[in-house]
Design a binder for this molecule. Structure first.
Ligand code: F6R
Length: 611
């Protein structure tokens, strides 16, 4: 809500949120007893073209970029949805929309989209027609909705009014001298205000044009007027540009030496001074007392958790369970007061992970979260927050956030091992010194960019790719396969190399490239035998290994094998982080040569705030 035209700012804000979804976009304004809107299928660039053809002006408006849930990615399903009384933007899912829609249709409402959102439009319109009270109509509607959602609503006959509310999905208010902003992420507002108020679960805010100023009244779940604290955002929008890189993803891959160094510095005081002192962020974790650690996350973050299981069990002798959040939350998990539950999320907003976190908190068990976004829902709801220093990650496929999560988990492992008495102070110092030099090791791996480009060219036409790894590099193989799938749409699977003979070996023929992660570690000899087995069956192998490993591969005179030699010594904490880099580059270049949309692959969204 502003004193000047908001449409350009709405579009600018949507661009900062495009990573959330890019199936369609739209804006609507309310002015002089009128609601007017522009919408377009596809990315925001299409909405800009539509606005160039049919400009829109107004001081009060809403905008949305959509990740399709109910209804295809067409303009008619794009938000804002509107009736002759209201227009709405909505994140999340209205789970009981089918029942509500049926009732409303029976009352004579006609729908123009397949979305769940449109029932909210008609439900508010229905109440408004009888009571002429916008606030009451919204409150009555909210009582009927099931699911997770955030909503912002404008009214045709009440141009001085905007109502927003959240239940499950995030929503933040931004205050500036002149204007009031509302967004689902602080990043969307960062260009205009740093003065933020995060709405709490089930809060409803009424923003009103009082003539001289705008007022904001927040009601809590009990319908009582409340004050919520103001936060100063530290987000820097300058960090959000591609620089000279073709894609955000490549830029983010190349930022890793720096952000890994920054993450290390954030966890260790005076990181270049010996002895290293681990900061309170980690020392305050109740690691000495715990019997068991449960790690919960989704997607790439889940693979970071899987890697940490190997580390924590080996170094700290703590039993670790790793769960996919969407499974954990629905399977009556057993958690006790003696457990520490660690959540991992880049965005801090993934609804499956957030819901699992709430489930654990309901059982009065303390939770720690490893997050990249300090201003996220999970950050606000966790007992301990360990923030990675990856900075804004715009490429939809996670790269630098993942390796920073791994480094953070490696640090937790060392702290836990020391606290439990399984790692002497001298050994801890040696391990920290190794991690201190991780950035230069990553720089070294990045020098293999061109060799990986050449291999990627051979992957472009492939239908399937198999990834193999053992031990700590098994989760990295899984991550490699996920990255290839999401970016290049090539089917990829990862297996622990030892599991191959129990079924997947049937897939092997001369068409199938097999990527093997094989540092010279305690699993190396076994992996080498597995590689022999796939070569014997005609596969083409890309082996990623170190100098010792490369010599042994060559010794065995393996045919059809392309070796990428990463000249860094094997180390249990370093190797999975270092071997993630070739996985990222391989997927990036395969997608690049194939010509897919690297930063915004089809069907995906960066922050998955629906179930
Ligand atoms: C893949 C990827 C996703 C995310 C997953 C969880 O490249 O980025 O698999 O890791 O959606 O997201 P966060 O970490 O934000 O909870």
């Amino acid at each position: 809500m502003s004193r000047s035209n908001v449409v350009e700012r709405l579009v600018e804000g949507l661009k900062r949120l495009e990573y959330r979804g890019y199936d369609s976009a739209g804006v609507a304004i309310t002015t002089d007893n009128l609601i007017d809107r522009r919408r377009a299928a596809g990315k925001i660039i299409n909405l800009e073209a539509e606005l160039a053809k049919n400009p829109l002006n107004g001081n009060k408006g809403i905008g949305h970029t959509r990740w399709a849930t109910h209804g295809e990615a067409h303009a008619h399903n794009a938000h804002p949805h509107s009736s002759d009384k209201v227009a709405i933007v909505h994140n999340g899912i209205i789970e009981n929309f089918a029942d509500l829609k049926k009732d409303l249709q029976e009352k004579g409402h006609t729908f123009e989209s397949e979305t769940d959102t449109e029932v909210v439009v008609h439900q508010i319109t229905d109440f408004l027609t009888t009571n002429n009270d916008p606030l009451l109509a919204v409150k009555q509607t909210l009582k009927k909705l099931h699911g997770a959602f955030s909503l912002v609503i404008i009214f045709k006959e009440y141009n001085d009014l905007m109502i927003c509310t959240r239940s499950g999905s995030p929503l933040v208010l931004g205050y500036s001298e002149e204007d009031i902003y509302v967004g689902s992420d602080a990043l969307a507002l960062a260009a205009w205000t740093q003065d933020l108020v995060y709405l709490k679960e089930k809060d409803l805010a009424v923003i009103k044009d009082e003539g001289q100023h705008f007022s904001v009244t927040i009601y809590d779940e009990q319908d009582i007027i409340v004050e919520r604290p103001h936060h100063q955002s530290r987000l820097n929008i300058d960090a959000v540009n591609k620089g000279s890189y073709n894609h955000y993803m490549l830029k983010e891959i190349y930022e890793q030496p720096f952000v890994i160094g920054e993450t290390f510095n954030s966890l260790v005081e005076n990181s270049t001074h010996v002895p290293h002192v681990i900061r309170e962020t980690l020392t305050q974790l109740p690691l000495a007392e715990v019997n068991r650690i449960a790690i919960i996350a989704c997607g790439t973050s889940y693979y970071a958790g899987m890697t940490a299981k190997y580390w924590l069990e080996s170094y700290a002798k703590i039993s670790v369970d790793v769960d996919i959040a969407s499974e954990f939350r629905y399977r009556e998990p057993l958690i006790t007061q003696y457990d520490l539950v660690i959540f991992i999320s880049q965005s801090g907003e993934t609804i499956d992970t957030l819901s699992a976190l709430r489930l654990v908190k309901e059982q009065n068990v303390k939770v720690a979260s490893i997050l990249n976004m300090p201003e996220s829902s999970m950050a606000r709801e966790s007992d301990y927050v360990i923030q990675t220093q990856a900075g804004p990650e715009i490429g939809v496929a996670s790269t630098k956030a993942f390796t920073c999560q791994l480094l953070t988990l490696a640090m937790i492992t060392l702290q836990a091992a020391h606290a439990k008495g399984h790692l002497s102070t001298k050994k801890l110092e040696e391990e920290l010194n190794t991690l201190l030099h991780l950035p230069s090791k990553i720089l070294n791996v990045l020098q293999h960019d061109e060799a990986i480009q050449e291999i990627s060219k051979q992957f472009v036409e492939k239908r399937d790719v198999l990834y193999l790894g053992r031990g700590t590099n098994y989760p990295i193989a899984l991550e490699g396969a996920l990255k290839l799938k999401e970016l290049s749409y090539i089917h990829a699977e990862a297996y622990p190399a030892g599991e191959l003979k129990h079924g997947p070996i049937a897939l092997i023929d001369h068409q199938l490239p097999v990527v093997v992660l094989a540092p010279y570690d305690k699993w190396f000899e076994k992996t080498l035998s597995n590689v022999q087995e796939v070569i014997a069956r005609g596969a083409y192998v890309v082996a990623i290994t170190d100098t010792k490993g490369a010599a042994l591969f060559k010794n065995q005179g393996m045919k059809n094998t392309h070796i990428i030699e990463i000249p860094i010594e094997n180390h249990m904490l370093v190797s999975p982080i270092a071997y993630s880099i070739p996985m990222q580059l391989l997927s990036y270049y395969t997608a690049y040569f194939k010509g897919t949309d690297v930063d915004q692959p089809r069907n995906l969204a960066k922050s998955v705030t629906v179930e």
